[in-house]
Design a protein around this ligand. Structure first.
Ligand SMILES: CC(C)(COP(=O)(O)OP(=O)(O)OC[C@H]1O[C@@H](n2cnc3c(N)ncnc32)[C@H](O)[C@@H]1OP(=O)(O)O)[C@@H](O)C(=O)NCCC(=O)NCCS
Length: 173
């Protein structure tokens, strides 16, 4: 089974047995108001579809993050774009940064993307901070949709070039 590990966390593809835990996470307004496409109120059919159906393996990967046996969040890199969400109870423990580094490393090893991208709404400084800690660099602002809030909202855009990641990795980041 596909699995990526860090010191405290594991990442694997989602299965039907993960739906309940992820649905609880994305039922929280404070989580989904920061995501692009997840609806609010949460829609079980949408959650099932996102968790059980993997993106085509040529365009990326997505899955769930566990700390021990507990599901703490979901993450993925699709089309070179990194996304993540963690349950409120698990914020502030460094989980997003820790697993993002692992996923970025895997993505550059397994896909020929010259760079990765990500974005964070301007009113979500925690996510911008995660991206900065991983090594992403600011790339301006744009407007991006938010299904939960309804409409387009300003985001900070970020880029992590392959060369920069190689340099960070070689310097033992
Ligand atoms: C954003 C999110 C993934 C962060 O996860 P996390 O595991 O708490 O992140 P980490 O602990 O690795 O790092 C968070 C950093 O943001 C900082 N931070 C938290 N709140 C902040 C705020 N209001 N302003 C500035 N920095 C803040 C933390 O101090 C920490 O930085 P530090 O290590 O330098 O102290 C999590 O809050 C989440 O899932 N939010 C909802 C979904 C979401 O926003 N997804 C991202 C969409 S772009």
């Amino acid at each position: 089974m596909f699995e990526l590990r860090t010191e405290r966390l594991t990442f694997r593809h989602g299965t039907a047995s993960d739906v309940e835990a992820i649905h609880a996470i994305v039922s929280d307004w404070d989580v989904v108001k920061n995501l692009g496409s997840w609806p609010f109120p949460a829609d079980l059919g949408y959650t099932i579809n996102r968790i059980v159906n993997q993106p085509d393996r040529n365009i990326g990967f997505a899955g769930i993050v566990r700390a021990g046996d507990e599901i703490v969040g979901g993450m993925g890199i699709v089309g070179g774009d990194l996304g993540y969400s963690f349950g409120l109870a698990h914020w502030g423990k460094g989980y997003a940064t820790e697993m993002s580094r692992r996923l970025v490393d895997y993505a550059f090893d397994c896909f020929n993307w010259p760079q990765l991208t990500s974005e964070a709404y301007v009113d979500n400084p925690a996510s911008s901070r995660v991206l900065a800690k991983v090594g992403f660099e600011p790339a301006g602002t744009a407007m991006a949709p938010c299904a939960a809030r309804g409409g387009d909202f300003e985001v900070h855009r970020f880029i992590l070039a392959r060369e920069r990641w190689d340099a960070l990795r070689n310097s033992g980041q």
